[in-house]
Design a protein around this ligand. Structure first.
Ligand code: HEC
Ligand code: HEC
Ligand code: HEC
Length: 471
């Protein structure tokens, strides 16, 4: 009874407080972890360093790729080899503004999350003491930690440096929407302006997606039905493992992702997930905590039909009655929230398992001879050589598929982007005598530097052409 009452009061309050959308204020520093150049450089180095994973094949960018909107364009995130994920990798864009971390809010703040993420068996499964010993044996790392925090490599400063990099580097703003708010009335198209009125009015989106980062950081059940992908034996195991480690007595009966419930053990939070930012959506597809929607049109359809009518659905998720023109306007508005992503030179930052910088791009074009068939930027030759850019095979998994392909080659029929390939790729790795480290560097380059450079805007156009905005 009390619960119902408090929900109603909160609803009334949030309406009265007239939630709104605004420019992004400057990101706040953590007073105990002020950004400096040395800290930023260390954080950036750690972010791309394969040594942070037990397998030596993954770094933070394996699932949060700078060129894929700091997330990865697979619905469910890759995982530490031997494990599977059950959720979509969230974008790290503007993560420094967040007031809760992880889809269910289990982690806080960034300083601690980075350490947890490194130990998490699903993600990197690394022994943190072993990692610090490795860094302490590397004179370059010792120097960088000293410069950043006046100390030799240690767990606390490791988390702090990664936090500085994420909080102060991965920031976007100055989208068409921001320029419009700053007074340039030509920055947004007429449909986008109409869409903004729908967003704050008839469509009711602003109730949860408010402020400069379009999130109130609350947890809501927006009516997403059970995802059958989670029915597989491996996913069921991981769901139970996670429910158990978050202290749920009923862990053995959990067979779906109950979101915030895992943390609060409160039925009122069943199926509730954190409100995500809506900035740079064009770069961060697919959408939702399990990446079930490939396009923004599909998301809009979801809200317009009032969700899937599930248990515990938030009362504000109800049929909206938007016309086709209104849906198009809302889409134009969401697309106007795309700001410039920070520039980053991947070749300079990617490290192999031994911590060496091997220039994957130079190897791709030189010793690896990949460029002979796959061409610069991985365009490929239709029907003869597959494109590597925008190729889902290449961006999925942990990179071992690409490494295996480089070493042993491939033969067979393969269908990529509607084109069929019936060809043989020779075992370049064996032929050219590439070392493991060189193969890893090429694979990392292929996957992180420009694989899947396809934008949501393009996806949207393809979906519209096919007339399948429904999914
Ligand atoms: C194997 C894939 C993978 C790797 C590697 C990985 N992450 Fe993540 N990350 C995820 C997934 C999946 C989530 C969401 C987890 C959940 O909700 O249960 C996540 C969540 C996060 C979040 C929370 C964001 C938010 O808005 O809630 C942060 C911050 C983050 N990761 C940072 C990092 C850092 C820093 C590293 C490297 C130390 C890293 N991640 C490595 C997959 C990965
Ligand atoms: C009751 C609060 C609430 C309302 C109202 C709401 N949202 Fe959401 N939105 C959320 C939450 C929570 C999620 C994440 C849900 C999940 O993954 O389970 C989300 C996810 C999204 C996403 C996916 C973002 C991503 O990166 O995965 C988009 C896009 C979105 N909402 C747009 C909208 C639009 C447009 C409207 C209005 C038609 C709207 N939302 C109304 C709470 C809300
Ligand atoms: C002599 C031409 C040639 C060279 C050199 C070559 N490839 Fe290939 N590559 C191919 C062909 C042909 C295929 C398709 C094979 C098939 O149909 O299974 C392919 C497939 C691939 C795939 C799999 C794509 C998919 O969608 O599954 C990857 C990844 C790849 N190559 C990467 C590389 C890398 C990295 C290099 C350099 C180390 C390289 N290739 C060198 C011809 C080549």
């Amino acid at each position: 009874m009390l619960k119902t009452l408090s929900t109603a009061v909160v609803l009334a309050l949030s309406t009265a407080a007239s939630a709104n959308i605004s420019l992004l204020p400057p990101v706040k520093a953590n007073p105990d972890n002020q950004p400096t150049e040395a800290r930023m450089t260390l954080g950036k180095k750690l972010f791309f360093d394969n040594r942070i994973s037990a397998s030596g094949t993954m770094n933070c960018a394996s699932c949060h790729l700078p060129h894929q909107g700091w997330t990865i364009h697979t619905p469910i995130s890759p995982a530490n080899p031997g494990w599977v994920e059950r959720r979509n990798s969230p974008t790290l864009i503007n993560v420094g503004y967040n007031q809760a971390l992880i889809w269910d809010g289990r982690a806080w703040p960034l300083e601690k999350q980075a350490i947890g993420s490194t130990k998490n068996p699903l993600h990197k499964g690394q022994n943190i003491d072993h990692l610090m010993a490795t860094f302490n044996a590397d004179p370059d790392m010792v120097k960088m930690f000293q410069a950043a925090y006046g100390n030799t490599p240690n767990t606390k400063d490791y988390g702090k440096a990664l936090a500085v990099f994420q909080r102060h580097f991965i920031v976007t703003g100055d989208s068409a929407f921001d320029l419009y708010l700053k007074g340039d009335k030509t920055a947004m198209s007429a449909p986008a302006v109409r869409g903004m009125d729908l967003f704050t009015g008839k469509a009711g989106c602003v109730a949860c997606h408010d402020g400069g980062n379009f999130s109130d950081y609350g947890f809501y059940n927006i009516g997403l039905k059970h995802n059958p992908l989670l029915d597989s034996e491996t996913h069921q195991k991981v769901l139970k493992f996670d429910a158990k480690r978050t202290g749920n007595k009923d862990w053995n009966s959990i067979n779906t992702d109950p979101g915030r419930y895992l943390i609060t053990h409160d039925k009122a939070d069943w199926g509730a997930f954190k409100t995500p930012t809506l900035r740079n959506l064009a770069d961060t597809f697919p959408y939702m905590h399990d990446g079930r929607y490939q396009t923004l049109s599909a998301v809009i359809e979801h809200y317009n039909r009032g969700g899937d009518n599930v248990k515990n659905q938030d009362p504000r998720i109800k049929p909206l009655g938007l016309s086709a023109a209104e849906k198009a306007d809302l889409l134009a508005f969401l697309q106007s929230l795309r700001g410039e992503l920070p520039e980053i030179d991947m070749a300079k930052w990617v490290r192999n398992a031994k911590g060496e910088t091997l220039d994957g791009k130079a190897l791709f074009e030189g010793k690896g001879t990949c460029i002979n068939c796959h061409q610069a930027e991985g365009q490929g030759i239709p029907g003869v050589f597959p494109p590597l850019a925008g190729n889902a095979h290449v961006s999925e998994g942990d990179g071992s598929y690409v490494a295996h392909t480089i070493l042993y080659g491939r033969s067979g029929t393969l269908s990529v982007k509607g084109l069929s390939f019936d060809a043989i790729m020779p075992p370049i790795g064996l032929q050219q005598g590439l070392s493991d480290a060189e193969i890893a560097a090429i694979a990392t380059y292929v996957r992180q530097a420009w694989s899947n450079q396809v934008s949501a805007v393009k996806l949207e156009a393809v979906a519209a052409q096919r007339g399948d905005a429904q999914h």
